[in-house]
Design a protein around this ligand. Structure first.
Ligand SMILES: [Zn+2]
Length: 444
């Protein structure tokens, strides 16, 4: 197989030119930009569009189906990526315009979505196109699904929920699902492949306090905003309890050989070192997130004017739920900590998805390809991703859902969700090769 990184860079640059920014207001989704990008995909991937069936699901979700020969009884594979991107921010702070897909003389490509997540979409499409070019047909079925509202946590009407429901309706289950969320990294202690097997749950809650309002010149001892402020502080002081869950034990054990110092020793046996780990958790945010469900206030509102007492004060919080915890438990915790005059409701959220297996055929295939591409000594970590991914919608359809894309690590990447998002075009070929090898190896 010949890999052409220059061609991949051109194609990716072309995709970045479409400002497919998702919006929490469904009416403001720039559907025409997505449809223009679909047209562009048709131009650059003629074989994919000739040999695979393509369906539009939801407003502009893309689902491709490559029918295999049927010689293998393996369950289908599903490759995921999202078409949408976060807003580009202040154009003045970009080195090159955010939707230029500009490739500089050092081979760096600049643009919103270049890394998150159009590179993955490109790599998956290129892999299938390249195999078709060689006349390859898999013995099992392959699907690709590209949603359009990952960056707003699905918003109202999550594209991948619609797609997953359709798969379920058709009785389709997957032997392997791959999505963004992890990769190979070079650390001072060696190469690490984070084949992420899970993610935390997510929830936005609205909390509010109501009282009489009135003139700010004659305030009560505590008004609605003051009471709510105290309630939020109390919530911070009384978080959900620290807890050691299996997924974290598994992740820490795998990380132990490449973690320096005392932390490395502790990670080797988290259960035996739980007391000491708890102390460290209280001191570092990086570790704390893995040992409890967190809640933090992020937005607040009082009255409309400085000299008016708020009749209603409200706060939005953001929670991340540890695997095993539920929204019901979190709400019971809120009730236990807060006084009755503080009301709350779930604005948006979901329980943590199930943790995928590490003893499945899918995991073995991914690990095998990783070792072939990156060397036998690469340390494989079945971890948890910090954020959320579209892959959670497919967890009910597979016990092998991994947030992992296995191209070569590069230090010349950055700016995800910030200005100056950029990627290294020198490693694009390895991203395509990863998916090619997954397809070939899975069928063996
Ligand atoms: Zn993403």
């Amino acid at each position: 197989m010949k890999y052409d990184k220059k061609k991949y860079a051109e194609h990716l640059s072309g995709m970045v030119k479409f400002p497919t920014v998702s919006n929490v207001d469904p009416d403001k989704l720039p559907t025409e930009e997505f449809l223009k990008m679909h047209k562009y995909l048709e131009e650059i991937y003629p074989l994919v569009h000739k040999h695979l069936t393509r369906e539009i699901m939801g407003k502009c979700g893309l689902v491709f189906h490559w029918k295999g020969t049927g010689k293998s009884d393996k369950l289908p594979i599903l490759f995921c990526a999202h078409q949408d991107v976060v807003p580009e921010g202040d154009w003045n702070n970009w080195k090159y315009p955010p939707f230029s897909g500009h490739i500089d003389e050092e081979g760096i490509m600049w643009g919103r979505g270049s890394g998150d997540c159009k590179m993955t979409l490109m790599a998956e499409m290129e892999a299938v196109e390249a195999l078709l070019e060689e006349g390859y047909t898999p013995d099992y079925d392959i699907y690709m699904a590209f949603g359009y509202n990952e960056e707003i946590m699905g918003g109202p009407g999550a594209a991948c929920q619609i797609i997953a429901d359709e798969f379920a309706k058709r009785g389709i289950r997957f032997g392997l699902v791959l999505d963004e969320g992890g990769g190979v990294a070079n650390t001072p202690n060696g190469k690490v492949a984070s084949i992420n097997v899970g993610e935390k749950g997510y929830a936005d809650y609205e909390f509010w306090v109501e009282d009489g309002g009135g003139h700010a010149a004659m305030p009560p001892e505590h008004n609605a905003l003051g009471k709510l402020g105290k309630a939020m502080y109390d919530l911070e002081c009384n978080p959900m309890p620290l807890k050691l869950v299996d997924a974290v034990i598994q992740m820490f054990k795998a990380q132990a050989p490449i973690t320096a110092g005392r932390m490395g020793e502790l990670k080797a046996d988290p259960a035996a070192n739980w007391e000491e780990l708890q102390k460290i958790c209280l001191e570092t945010r990086e570790n704390n997130q893995f040992f409890r469900t967190t809640t933090t206030p992020t937005m607040a509102q009082g009255s409309a004017q400085a000299n008016i007492l708020p009749e209603k004060a409200s706060v939005i919080t953001n929670s991340r739920l540890l695997p095993g915890d539920t929204l019901e438990e979190l709400e019971a915790h809120f009730k236990a900590v807060l006084p009755e005059y503080v009301h709350f409701r779930l604005a948006k959220g979901h329980n943590p998805p199930s943790i995928s297996r590490t003893d499945s055929d899918g995991f073995k295939v991914v690990s095998k390809v990783v070792r072939e591409l990156h060397g036998e000594d690469v340390v494989i970590v079945p971890g948890l991703v910090a954020g959320g991914t579209d892959s959670r919608y497919y967890c009910p359809l597979s016990d092998s859902v991994y947030r992992f894309v296995g191209g070569k690590a590069s230090s010349r990447v950055g700016g995800v969700h910030a200005v100056n998002e950029h990627i290294d075009t020198e490693v694009l070929d390895s991203n395509v090769e990863f998916f090619v090898r997954i397809i070939q190896t899975y069928g063996e």
